[in-house]
Design a protein around this ligand. Structure first.
Ligand code: NAP
Length: 254
């Protein structure tokens, strides 16, 4: 059954550079937008326009939100590894009858170096694949960092946006920063640490891709955690395409 077209704002499920870019571009159009952030990081990069922060309370909470607020459509522009909110968004949008589009940045499968990397399904497999490393550079994010505690006695360089909730082993170096990252600085970081492996996940996009070129330049092996399966529902890979979708929805005769 086709979704009923309603008035109101586009709800952008955010937490990514693409979500911020979409909010900025929509602010230059007649389409109103409301960005939702999970509230995980202490100082989130805030998008232009209206913002709400915090979980909805599961799929039921999101459905209640979509019914209570004047929301015309949902753009799920969350991180490719944020599986739960994408699943909730799909189920809630179907249930409430609101159009949903996934804005999904392309991954690094097509990167020119991708065939030389070790692709693994999860963190446990990454630990095995990079087991010979003694000075690994780990950039898989704060939420998964505790999984690397079996490497407590190795000189892990862990880069995260916010510090983790556990006490980092004394052998580790914790760097808190947020991209985008430049190639020259990534080279300097990896050289200074003497990194002998890069462990990352297939976040895709360009903001954090310089480390991959740095690894190639320095001959550092790369282990990449593959993306989860694509979430259900229609998707686009560029902000431009999402913008066209929103504007068509707001003015169907366009
Ligand atoms: P997740 O596991 O898919 O979601 C867990 C719960 O967090 C959801 O059930 C929802 O809570 C809440 N949530 C997530 N995104 C939300 C949003 N945009 N607005 C409101 N509530 C949200 O998500 P995650 O992996 O923890 O990621 C959390 C946020 O960080 C996302 O916005 C994502 O885009 C961003 N991010 C994630 C990663 C990553 O690697 N996972 C990397 C960079 C940025 P309720 O069930 O209570 O609604």
């Amino acid at each position: 059954m086709p979704a009923v077209i309603r008035g109101g704002a586009v709800l952008i499920l955010g937490g990514t550079a693409e979500a911020r870019e979409l909010a900025r571009r929509l602010s230059e159009t007649e389409v109103a937008a409301l960005t939702s952030l999970a509230g995980r990081v202490a100082r989130p990069a805030l998008p232009v326009g209206r913002v709400r922060i915090g979980g909805f309370g599961g799929v039921d909470g999101l459905m209640a939100f979509l019914r209570a607020e004047p929301i015309m459509a949902v753009i799920d522009a969350t991180h490719p590894f944020a599986e739960q909110i994408s699943d909730h968004a799909f189920r809630a949008a179907v249930e409430v009858g609101i159009p949903l589009l996934r804005l999904h940045r392309p991954g690094w499968r097509e990167h020119p170096d991708a065939s030389g990397w070790r692709w693994v399904p999860d963190t446990a497999a990454a630990l095995v694949a990079a087991d010979s490393a003694r000075r690994p550079f780990v950039t898989t994010g704060r939420q998964s960092l505790a999984s690397y505690l079996p490497w407590a006695d190795r000189a892990v360089l862990a880069r995260v946006v916010d510090p983790p909730e556990f006490v980092v082993p004394p052998a580790w170096t914790l760097v808190t920063s947020r991209g985008p990252y430049r190639l020259d600085l990534e080279l300097e970081t990896m050289r200074a640490h003497g990194a002998d492996a890069l462990v990352t996940k297939d976040s895709g996009g360009t903001h954090t891709a310089a480390k991959l070129a740095a690894a190639r330049a320095l001959g550092v092996p790369v282990v990449v955690i593959a993306r989860p399966l694509d979430p259900a529902g229609p998707s686009v890979s560029t902000v431009d395409a999402a913008l066209v979708w929103c504007r068509r929805l707001a003015s169907p005769t366009r």
